[in-house]
Design a protein. Sequence first.
Length: 87
Amino acid sequence: MSQEEAKTPSGRAADRGRTGRRIALTPNRITAAVLAALAIVLIAENTRDIEIRLLVPVVTMPLYLALLLMFVIGGLCGALLLRSRGK
């Protein structure tokens, strides 16, 4: 056990991830968490049915499902951009 781990009552390092690095609340992480919370509130508040045209077919679905789908697609696009940026 290292000296740093011995400082905590449980014997585990406080605020540590699996790699042993500190988990910091950066402005980017806080902004992302706030935006995600706002997106979830927006989705939860809009439950009426809407019609969406997907090129040719018209689909009727609850608005919250359409918003949730776009939220997931946006998150995937952001993850792909960040992944390609790191290479």
